[in-house]
Design a protein around this ligand. Sequence first.
Ligand SMILES: Cc1cc2nc3c(=O)[nH]c(=O)nc-3n(C[C@H](O)[C@H](O)[C@H](O)COP(=O)(O)OP(=O)(O)OC[C@H]3O[C@@H](n4cnc5c(N)ncnc54)[C@H](O)[C@@H]3O)c2cc1C
Length: 219
Amino acid sequence: MLTTKKKRRVCRVLEVRRLTESTAVLRFERAGLEFDPGQYIRVGIEDDPEIRDYSVYSGSNVDHLEVLVRRVEDGLVSKQLCDCDVGDSVSVGGPYGHFKLIDQLRDKPLLFVATGTGISPYHSFVESYPELDYRLIHGTAKMEEAYESTFYGDRYFHCVSREGGSDFKGRVTDYLRTLEVPPETNAFLCGNCDMIYEAFDLLQDKGLPAAQIHTEVYF
Ligand SMILES: Cc1cc2nc3c(=O)[nH]c(=O)nc-3n(C[C@H](O)[C@H](O)[C@H](O)COP(=O)(O)OP(=O)(O)OC[C@H]3O[C@@H](n4cnc5c(N)ncnc54)[C@H](O)[C@@H]3O)c2cc1C
């Protein structure tokens, strides 16, 4: 992908919220970085050339930046970020990406679908635009991965594949199959590519045109 070179900033870590053993929300200084909700930034440890993409979790209306990071055991950068403490510094570049909620969509019915940390851009949407008419369907392996879901109230629906006790036992795509989707809906899909490909086809079969399905693939 062709990207223009953007200035990198050094930002001090202000807070670390450890949500599970392997997932944390990292809050750091915004340092004047402007972004549209849904976009991602490139983050790494200060002075380390290894950087990775993370959707901004916080709203565009607050004076800090947050990312939601899941530790990938055989990975490099996610572990370093999850192990950060308050007072450490990260380097941040961006913003990048087109996974945004343009003006014309903000009063339309919205369906947000995520797997795992793919919930992150929706947190930014909702914090930035509190009046949205949305449903959020979140698929995870375990119950504990509901990641600050009380923020979304009863608009949040949790599909858990490996344990009982959630709103739906199974994968997010199994639930989508059962769902009625009004034709004026705009759907957003974010997370792993298997879910996105399958959900895209399912939503098209339910009558949504491709132009109303927006995607962000993490891995
Ligand atoms: C646009 C975009 C936005 C992203 N936003 C987020 C985000 O908000 N939060 C977040 O945690 N990650 C996000 N990612 C993934 C992130 O960029 C890294 O790939 C991830 O943190 C692993 O980096 P690493 O250096 O630890 O592992 P690497 O050394 O880069 O990779 C190790 C392996 O892990 C795989 N992998 C990547 N992510 C996961 C995952 N979540 N679960 C299992 N395997 C994975 C990779 O495909 C690779 O095979 C995003 C990716 C993209 C492209």
